[in-house]
Structure formats: C-alpha cells, structure tokens
Design a protein around this ligand. Structure first.
Ligand code: V0D
Length: 255
C-alpha cells in the first residue's frame, strides 16, 4: 500500500493529470466494462484480435494498480452472453486469452496474493477455456488479497432469471412464503454475492450504457465513463476514476 495521500504526478511520469487520492476512502469493489478493443485495433489498421490481446495486458496493469490502492475486489466484464454473435475466429481467439493470461501472469498474481474468481455460465464455453480458468481459480483460492472476478459468458438478466427461478422453486416446495422474499434474499442469489455491490463502475470507449452488466448490483453504484479505448486505459485513468468517485460523495457546503 502507498501512503495515505499519494501524489500521482510523481508516480506516473507520463501522466499530465496527476490526482491526489485519499487511500483511506478507496472503493472496496470496482466493476469495469472493458470496451473498445476492436475500435482501438481498427484505428491502427490492425485486426480486432490485436486489440483483445492488448486489452489483456491492460487487465494485468489495472489489477496491479488496484492492489496498490488497497481495493478489495475488481469485477471485469471479459465476455458477455451477447458476444457470441461476433465472428467465429474472433470468439475463438478471445476464448484462448485466459490460457495466455494464466501462462504469462499467474505467477506474479500469486506473488501479489490475488484471488481469481469467475462469474457466468460455464455451459457453451470451450473446455480449453474452462480448464485455464479453473486452474487460475484453483491455484489462487487460498490467496486473501485482491479478488479478481472475471465475468465470462455473463448476462445480468439471465442471472436475475436464475435467482427468480430458484426462489419460485422454494415457494413451490413449501420452504418459503412469497411474502418473506426480500431484497437481501434476492441479492444472495446473485453470483457476486459475497464480494458486495460495486461502489464504482468504469466503462471505457464512450458508450454510456450498462449492456446487461450487474443490473441488480449496480443499483446504488457511481457510474464513470471515459472515451478512452480499453487498450489505452492507463493507471492514471484508473486513478482519475477513483478520484472522481471520492469527490462525488462530498457535500460541498450543502446539507
Ligand atoms: C478480451 C479485454 C483476461 C476484454 C481483456 C474469455 C476482452 C482481454 C481474461 C481471463 C479477455 C479470464 C479468466 C481468467 C483469466 C483471464 C479474459 C476473456 C477475454 C474471455 F481466469 N482477459 N480476457 N477472458 N479479454
């Protein structure tokens, strides 16, 4: 951990927008929609897959930064249930990224005490992807540092639908009375239940929408958007998001 007030101008030499963060008030859980990999590549005349590969490196970079700031959990939208509509070769490339990520970064993540988790539907995900993901989860399950939670083949309405079905079944079987269903109970059926709701959502690449991501969990979350494409997203950008989050909560002279 860094000292309480960290002047980021000193830390990120390339950054021209250093911000001062209060490390006693960082969000505990940050969720990120990592958008713009394809557009980043297109801008450079590269194939879309080059953007995804670059995006993977940025995941690693932001995990390190989140860990330094003392954030407890990062949930990253890696693949949505809608992403299957993309061209098959692109999907196949993306599905090989967890294995690459594992080979390249797992030792250092273990060194940093990071715990890898996964949320989403396993059905339909290639076995080689699941193998890598399960290995990452298994080899880090005893770590008690930052939780790195990948949303993979995840869709929020599906998640809510599954919760409703399970509750309906409990009622049907006579284990639960409909009038006893409450928000806390519904929340407990969500996949990220034990890490709490995110205090901050970051979405890159200029789209101002939620795209079926954590609809239940984001009810009270501060939303932060940037035009920066995910492969260009830097530690300084991440710090800016945290900084803005810290300033939003303040009541300037108000009640
Ligand atoms: C592509 C940008 C890491 C967004 C980041 C299969 C789209 C790079 C993982 C990963 C993806 C997931 C689980 C795990 C280890 C690594 C990842 C996908 C896409 C979808 F245990 N990056 N990454 N998974 N991209």
């Amino acid at each position: 951990m860094l000292n309480k007030f960290t002047n980021l101008t000193k830390m990120n030499k390339e950054s021209n927008q250093g911000v001062q963060l209060d490390l006693s008030r960082v969000p505990k859980h940050v969720a990120i929609i990592m958008d713009g990999n394809g557009r980043w590549a297109k801008k450079r005349g590269l194939p879309r897959i080059a953007g995804h590969r670059e995006g993977m490196k940025v995941v690693r970079k932001i995990v390190r930064r989140a860990n330094q700031l003392g954030i407890n959990a990062l949930t990253m939208y890696a693949f949505s249930t809608e992403n299957w509509k993309r061209p098959k070769p692109e999907v196949e490339f993306i599905m090989k990224l967890p294995e690459q990520f594992l080979v390249t970064y797992l030792p250092e993540l273990i060194e940093e005490n990071v715990q890898v988790r996964i949320m989403g539907e396993e059905e339909g995900v290639p076995s080689y992807t699941l193998k890598a993901v399960h290995e990452a989860v298994e080899r880090t399950k005893h770590n008690d540092g930052l939780i790195l939670n990948f949303a993979l083949n995840y869709g929020s309405r599906y998640e809510i639908t599954s919760a409703v079905r399970k509750l309906a079944l409990e009622v049907e079987q006579g284990n639960l009375r409909s009038e006893d269903v409450n928000e806390k109970m519904i929340g407990s059926y969500m996949m990220s239940n034990d890490i709490g709701d995110p205090e901050l959502l970051i979405r890159t690449s200029g789209e101002i929408r939620l795209s079926n991501f954590m609809l239940w969990q984001l009810a009270y979350t501060e939303l932060w958007f940037t035009d920066v494409y995910w492969p260009d997203f830097s530690e300084a950008d991440f710090d800016s998001a945290i900084h803005d989050y810290q300033n939003r909560g303040r009541r300037f002279g108000g009640v």
